[in-house]
Design a protein around this ligand. Sequence first.
Ligand SMILES: [Zn+2]
Length: 481
Amino acid sequence: MKKIIQFTLALLCSLCFSLLAFAQCGTQFTPQDIEKLNKYRDSISSLVRDWKRTRGVRDVPIKFHVAGENSVSLWLIDEQVKILNHIYINANLRFIRYDEPNYINDDRFNDYQIYMEDDLALTHEIPNVINVFYVDDIPGYAGYTYMAGNYRSNRVFISKKYMENKSTLAHEVGHFFGLYHTHGKTNDAPTDEYVSRIRDADNDNKKDCLTTGDDCCDTPADPNLKTHKGYCNSNCTINNSPSRVDPNGDYYKPMVRNLMSYNPYKNCRDTLTVEQLMRVSMIAKNERASLKIPDEDLRTGKKVAGRVVFTMTNQDPMPVTKDINLYRFDKLYKWGDSFTFSATNNSDISLNMYIINWGTSGTMNLLYPVKRYGEEADIKTDATYSFPQNFKLTGKPGKDYVCFLFSRKKLNEVKLTQYLQDAEGNFTQRLYSVIGENSVFDLKLLPFDEVDYREGNTINFSGFLEEDEILPVMVEMEWQQ
Ligand SMILES: [Zn+2]
C-alpha cells in the first residue's frame, strides 16, 4: 500500500511539474516581421492548392552549442534532429547536424540571462546555419528565436529543462520559419480570430482567418491554451469542458496537438497543418535562402561524378531543369511517347547504382539491378549502363518518377523499394524519410550543397561521397493523354 501511495505521489508530482513548470516561449514578432510575412499570404494560398506536388528537398544545416553546467549528450541532440526531420520533411526540408556539438566551457554562462545573448553567441555562432544554443535555464522561458532580417536571426535558444520533450525545439524552429502561435501573433493576449471560417468582418474579401490569429485557416481559432489549459489533457485529446465562446457566441475547439499551440503537455504538440507546412516551405525559400552547409573546401570522401541521359526513341533530346535537387523535364510528354535512358560512372572508383521508378499507378518498381536477370549494382569506372528497352507511356497519365541512387556501399535494393512503397508522402518525402531516419539502411543522402548538379539535355553530377552516403538523382516526368 505504501508503495502505491509513493508511486501515486510521484506520478502526481510529475504531472504537477509538467503543468507548473510551463514556461512560455520568448519569441516575439515585431511589426516589421509581421509586415514582411504578410507579403507571402497570397502565394502561400496558391502553394496550399498544390501541396501534394513532389518538390525538391532543401537541406537545413543546424549547429548545436551547449553552454552551462549540465551537459547534453550527442544521442539526445540526434534524437532532436530526428524529430525535426519527421515533422518538417512534410515542408520539404531536411535538417542536417553540422559537425560535432560545440561544448562551451565558460562559467560566465552557467547562469544564463537573455542580456548575455550576444556575449555567448557572437563568439561561437557560425554564419548561414541555424545555431541552437542549449543553456541550463532561460528564466521564464522554454526557448526563443527570431525572424529573418536582423543579425541575431540565425539563433535559437533552448532551456535544457525543456529539451527532453519532443516539441520545444521544433516549436522554435516553426517560428524561425515564419509560423505564429495558433492563438495569434502575441504570447499572452487572447486570440483575435473568430471560430467561424466564413466571416469577413473588415470586408476586404479575405476570410478573417487569413488575417487574424496565425493567418492559417486550417488551424481552428485558439483562445490561448496557456490561460485556458483546461482544454488539454495528458492523453493529447481535447476536453470540451471549458466551453469558451468567441464574441460571436461560437465555441472554441482549439487543435491541442498543434506544435505552435501553448498546450502545457508539451509532448502532445506534434502536428502541423498543410497551411502551416506550406508557410514554412515558402519562408524557407524566400527568407532563409542563405542557409548553407559551410566549409566547401573541407569536404571529405571520394570524388565521384557521372551523368544520366534520357533520349526519345526518335533520338530527340529530353532537356531537364532543377527544382532544388529534383529534375523536371522541360516538355510535357504524351501518351504513346517512347524513350530510354543511360547512366555513366565518371568517377575513379566503382559505384553501386540502383534505379527505382514510381509510376502513375502508385507502385514502386525496382528497375535496376534485377537479380533474376543476373544484374549487379556495381558500375565500373567509365562504364555506361543503358536501359535495355524503350519505355512507352501508356496507362494512367500523370507524373512518373525515376530515381538513381549512387553509393559506395551495397544497398538492400529489394527492402529499400518495399520501404519506399510503404512510406507516406510524395516521392522525395518518401525517399528522405526512408533513407534519412531508418536505421535499417545505415546510410544517408548526400547533402544537396555537396553535389554539383547540372541541368540541360544531360544530367551531370559530381560530389564527394563518404562510405555511408548515397548520391540521389531524382527525375520527374509529367505526361498527358
Ligand atoms: Zn512560441
